[in-house]
Every structure is written in structure tokens, then in C-alpha cells.
Design a protein around this ligand. Structure first.
Ligand SMILES: Cc1ncc(COP(=O)(O)O)c(C=O)c1O
Length: 438
């Protein structure tokens, strides 16, 4: 049976590869008619990933899936019933591209609690943040434009923007997030915009420190470069203090943080209900100045007219009386426990010489193997010998590299499975290291 987590990850890489499910192109009348831009979408990890999906009994740390145990089934069922009983005519009808106003108002209130001061006119609902990224690409990227990203970065953004023929300027990250000391050199390369994941970054799990957030904003302002801040995980913090979002720091820099002041608009902000409610609803939002929002609306009209009104209304009904905050607390408990389980298992089962990040939140941690080991090789052996899966890190690097790195998800598997999976992976690694010495 295919493993959904792996299937999704595989599809992302597949789309970069532009090939069929069995890895080969099927000749049809369409075969030589693909747009030129699709030729630049290449990758290499896919075949391994696809093989994984066909194996039974695999413990998977590969996908980025929320735990189905924490989906609020009862609340969604009750909300669905209410929407159909009280608002069926609206819920089932076409609607405004910007999205359902009560939901946008609710999101404005929600964001204001963590420092983002905007109006509903600055918010557009999207079909997942993935669509927000795609629409940003559609609106801003000309072939050959340079986008400045962290390295490694979110694979789905590369997938979206490579389709618009983006090039990438990259800045490495360490335990404190983006290495701001190396940012300036890349800013001189004239990026169209910066793409930053400040909280519990996908794929590494690291968080950009406050000091670095400030320096980033200063430098971006100095070079006149706008920022796209992608923040799906900000609320999923398991320890430490919340840090202000980049959009807020930018407002402060412009002495514009008081409630009556418009936000500067230099930072586009994306977030989603995928990790705090359910990804199947496909409800996310983008925050932009009105002049940009109206253009994003045009881009979205061409894509899907609007996000599902029905799902927006259900999301609103679920979230409106403070349920979201209570629910996020529960998610934090469950995922915090799973993160701890993975960190403890790594300490117990992994050999010396392997390093990993210790994320304060989010869904992922990041492994760096000792010199001489390759994570794609490791994946092949881990699957064959021990039926355990993860994503090799190389595909998260826009300009290559990362062959010794792996992304591990800790939200999906239960703590017992996490311990067992890490034990199995440790076993494969130990054998590899001993073989390497021999
Ligand atoms: C950094 C980042 N951005 C965007 C997304 C897409 O999320 P959504 O489900 O809202 O499309 C993800 C999903 O994993 C993500 O990790």
C-alpha cells in the first residue's frame, strides 16, 4: 500500500522532474509540446522515494504530515452541519476571490495578537500556502530573476518558482537560522525578493534568532529588497519564547508599529491552517499591501476563481469562538512529546559523528552525517534492510550540495514508532560507519 506521506513528498520531487510515475516519459502527441520552462525542473531523489511508497511496514519520517490523531473531527463535523443548516446558499455558491470576509477578519484579529497589524483588505485566502507561493511566483518572477533563499529551503517553493524559471541566490543556515553575515554579498546580486522561513524552518527545524531577524530586515531595507515571510509553523512552539515575525520587525524599523499605522508592505506574509487545523481544508492566507493584493487577486482568478467557500466557512465556524487557541495547545503537547521522543531516540541509538538540530518547534529535524556518507545511499539501505524512510536533504538545496543531510519528520509517527524507527536507522548507520572504516 502506498504511504501517503511519502507519496506527497515523491509528488513534489516528481513535479520537479517532469516525468511519469514509473520514472519514464510516455510518448504522446503532447510529448514535444511542453513549455520550455518545464525543462529546467530537474531532480534526482525521486526514484528512491517512489520505491519507498510501495513497501509495506515502513516507518516513515519522510512526509510533512500532521498527526491524524489530532484532527478536530467532532468540531469539523459540527461546523459542517451548522454551515449547511444556516448558510448553505452562500457556502455552495461562487464567491469573492479575496475570500470569506468573516474569516479574513478573524485572521486579522489572530495575527494582531502576535504583532502583525493589518486590515482585512490586506488579506487574501489561498488554497494552501502552496498556492500563495505559486501566485507570488506568477506575479513577480520573470525568467532568470534571482530569488534569494535560505539553503536548504522549502522544496515546494522551489517547485513553484522553478516553473517560472527563477534562478536562486542562496545563503547558508546554521543553528541560529540564516547566516546574516553572508547575506550582504548575495543581496548585491540584486534578488527580486528574499524568501525566509523564520520559525522552525522546513527542512531543518531551526529558528532565526531575534538579533538576526533585525539584521536581516536592516540589510534588506538597505538594499531595497522585499521579503516573503513564510510562517506555517510559528504557533507550533514547544519551548522558549515567541519571537516577533519579520513583518513586525520591519514595521518597527519604520516606526510604524502602532495600531493606526498601515503596515509597510515590504514584507509579504504567508500562513496557513494546514498545521493548526487540517491540511485537507486547504485554507491559508497571504498578507500584502492593497496594491499588491489586488494583483494577487488577479493571479488567483486565473488559477481557481476563489478558494472553496464551503471550506472557508467551515474553518471560520470551527475557529470563531477561540477553539483554534485551545486546539493549538493540544497539538503543541502531542508534537512536543514526539519531538522529545525523537531527540531521546537519537541520543540512544545513533552512532557518534552524526549531528542533528534540536528544533524548538515545528515538524522536522535535520541530520548531518559524518564525512564520506551519502544520505540517498543511506535511504536505500534503510529501506531495504530496516524499512525506515526519511527524505535525503539534497533536494532542499536550490544550488546543489547537502548530500550528507537528511530531513526527519517527528509529527506523524507515534512515540513508540519514532523510537523503533530511529533504532533501525541507527543500526543501518552504525553498519555503514563500520564498513567505511574497514
Ligand atoms: C514552509 C512551508 N510553506 C508552505 C507549505 C504549504 O502548506 P499548505 O498546506 O498551506 O499549502 C508548507 C507545507 O509543508 C511548508 O512547509
Amino acid at each position: 500500500m502506498p504511504i501517503p506521506a511519502l507519496e506527497i513528498e515523491a509528488q513534489k520531487v516528481l513535479a520537479l522532474n517532469g516525468r511519469g510515475k514509473n520514472g519514464s516519459a510516455v510518448p504522446t502527441l503532447w510529448s514535444d509540446r511542453f513549455a520550455q520552462r518545464t525543462q529546467r525542473m530537474t531532480s534526482s531523489v525521486i526514484r528512491e522515494l517512489l520505491k519507498l511508497t510501495e513497501k509495506p511496514d515502513v516507518i516513515s519520517f519522510a512526509g510533512g504530515l500532521p498527526a491524524p490523531e489530532v484532527f478536530p473531527y467532532t468540531e469539523i463535523e459540527a461546523a459542517t452541519e451548522r454551515v449547511l443548516r444556516e448558510h448553505a446558499k452562500t457556502a455552495l455558491q461562487y464567491a469573492a476571490t479575496e475570500g470569506y470576509l468573516p474569516l479574513r477578519e478573524l485572521l486579522v484579529r489572530h495575527m494582531s495578537r502576535y504583532g502583525i497589524k493589518v486590515k482585512p483588505a490586506n488579506v487574501m485566502i489561498t488554497s494552501g500556502s502552496q498556492q500563495g507561493l505559486d501566485l507570488i511566483g506568477k506575479l513577480f518572477i520573470n525568467p532568470g530573476d534571482r530569488i534569494l533563499t535560505e539553503s536548504p529551503t522549502y522544496l515546494g517553493a522551489l517547485q513553484a518558482w522553478s516553473a517560472y524559471q527563477a534562478d536562486y541566490l542562496t545563503v547558508p543556515i546554521d543553528d541560529g537560522g540564516l547566516d546574516v553575515e553572508r547575506l550582504e554579498a548575495q543581496l548585491r546580486g540584486g534578488p527580486k525578493f528574499l524568501y525566509i522561513l523564520p520559525n522552525f524552518q522546513n527542512p531543518t527545524g531551526v529558528t532565526l534568532s531575534l538579533e538576526r531577524r533585525r539584521r536581516l530586515v536592516e540589510l534588506a531595507n538597505h538594499y531595497g529588497a522585499p521579503i516573503v515571510e513564510d510562517d506555517p509553523y510559528g504557533q507550533l512552539r514547544y519551548e522558549g519564547e515567541h519571537l516577533p515575525p519579520i513583518v513586525q520587525i520591519d514595521a518597527e524599523l519604520h516606526e510604524c508599529a502602532r495600531a493606526e499605522c498601515e503596515f509597510t508592505g515590504d514584507v509579504l506574509y504567508l500562513s496557513t491552517l494546514s498545521k493548526t487545523l487540517a491540511p485537507g481544508l486547504r485554507i491559508a492566507w497571504v498578507v500584502a499591501p492593497e496594491s499588491v493584493l489586488s494583483r494577487l487577486v488577479q493571479m488567483k482568478q486565473g488559477a481557481d476563481l476563489h478558494s472553496s467557500t464551503f471550506c472557508q466557512m467551515v474553518a471560520y465556524e470551527v475557529a470563531k469562538d477561540g477553539f483554534l487557541d485551545r486546539h493549538v495547545k493540544r497539538i503543541r503537547e502531542v508534537y512536543g512529546e514526539r519531538r522529545n521522543a525523537m531527540l531521546a531516540a537519537l541520543e540512544t541509538h545513533f552512532p557518534e559523528g552524526v549531528e542533528w538540530t534540536k528544533p524548538a518547534g515545528g515538524l522536522f529535524l535535520w541530520i548531518t552525517l559524518p564525512a564520506g556518507l551519502d544520505s540517498t545511499e543511506l535511504l536505500r539501505e534503510a529501506l531495504d534492510q530496516e524499512k525506515v524512510a526519511f527524505v535525503p536533504g539534497a533536494s532542499f538545496f536550490p544550488r546543489g550540495g547537502g548530500e550528507r543531510t537528511c530531513r526527519l519528520n517527528f509529527s506523524y509517527a507515534r512515540p513508540e514508532a519514532i523510537d523503533e524507527g530511529i533504532r533501525r536507522l541507527g543500526k543501518v548507520l552504525k553498519k555503514k560507519i563500520v564498513r567505511g572504516r574497514g
